[in-house]
Design a protein. Structure first.
Length: 328
């Protein structure tokens, strides 16, 4: 391992920083067991209230939450399509959104939420789409009023709430989102001891994924999703010639970089286009660009093919017995 990568490895595995806005280092969420190795996904998230989950499921798929009465949470996060709409930028109520829509799956195992990691809980994160061009609401009061007018009070009471309220809406939808788990990928099977679950090429891809240092940002139960890191650690990404960015990216203190929540690689073979800006259409492109800009390696085609083969094994099942997509 070269000296430069040794430095990046140490940065990627740094202890959790208290200042999450600091632009100079990675921020890693502490894991419950003190380890940062890969862990299999459980079949389900324990401890969720079934009535809350069911109410959240109904709200997630109802356009009453949007200002124009046409868009639903599932518009941008269709569960039958890997939990994201496959567009570079989703179209909200009032305009096209700035960020590529990430998958809604396996959020129960992620640390902080949205691309910039601004929210500590899923409940808090719901304000981002609800009170933005995505859903077009001026305030949560507007959402509550529409739900009351649409006779949702009784549904909330049956779920154990005191009628429609902002905390109840947030709790129900967040618990539904936590329930969206895609277990039993071939990699999960391998982690559980099924040694023949991966082919020789896939195992070589896993070895390279570790040896090249991809694992410094993508580890844990979600193979990512548990830390903040700059895009462009080694080589500037935001100012690539011809690249069209968005005004929310820029940081005047550090114009060549952007601190982002590292995405989970679970189901990554199913979630093109890639990166926060949605500019990479294929998994091969995403692997190449991350190699150059994050770890300072120009990966050859054979290495890209092997790493891709490993990443495909992260495709899980939702619902049980149904692969998230054909690439598994």
């Amino acid at each position: 391992m070269g000296r430069r990568w040794a430095i990046l490895w140490a940065a990627g595995l740094a202890a959790c920083q208290t200042d999450l806005s600091a632009p100079t280092s990675a921020t890693l969420a502490p894991s419950a067991d003190g380890e940062h190795e890969f862990l299999p996904l459980p079949a389900r998230v324990e401890g969720l209230n079934p009535a809350h989950v069911e109410l959240g499921r109904r709200l997630f798929d109802d356009p009453v939450l949007s200002a124009n009465g046409r868009l639903k949470c599932s518009t941008c996060h269709p569960l039958a399509e890997a939990g994201m709409d496959g567009k570079r930028h989703s179209l909200g109520v009032s305009k096209q959104l700035f960020w590529n829509t990430p998958s809604i799956f396996n959020l129960a195992f992620s640390h902080r939420f949205n691309w910039k990691g601004r929210f500590e809980t899923l409940e808090d994160e719901l304000s981002a789409p609800a009170l933005s061009p995505a859903m077009g609401n001026a305030s949560w009061d507007d959402v509550v009023a529409r739900l009351k007018e649409s006779h949702w009070d009784e549904s909330f009471r049956r779920a154990g709430f005191d009628g429609v309220s902002v905390p109840a809406i947030q709790t129900a939808i967040a618990d539904f989102e936590r329930s969206l788990v895609t277990p039993d990928s071939r990699f999960d099977q391998y982690l559980k001891g099924k040694t023949d679950a991966l082919s020789a090429e896939e195992l070589e891809g896993l070895r390279l994924f570790k040896a090249f240092g991809c694992v410094s940002c993508h580890q844990g139960r979600n193979v990512g999703g548990n830390m903040l890191q700059r895009i462009g650690v080694v080589l500037d990404y935001l100012n690539l010639p011809g690249r069209e960015g968005n005004p929310q990216e820029k940081d005047e203190r550090d114009p060549g970089h952007l601190l982002l929540r590292v995405p989970s690689l679970r189901n990554v073979a199913c979630t093109a286009p890639y990166l926060h800006d949605g500019t990479r259409q294929t998994l091969e492109e995403a692997i190449q660009i991350m190699g150059r800009h994050q770890i300072g390696r120009r990966l050859d085609n054979a290495d890209v093919r092997r790493i891709k083969a490993f990443l495909i094994t992260l495709t899980g099942q939702y619902p049980a017995g149904h692969w998230v997509c054909e690439d598994h």
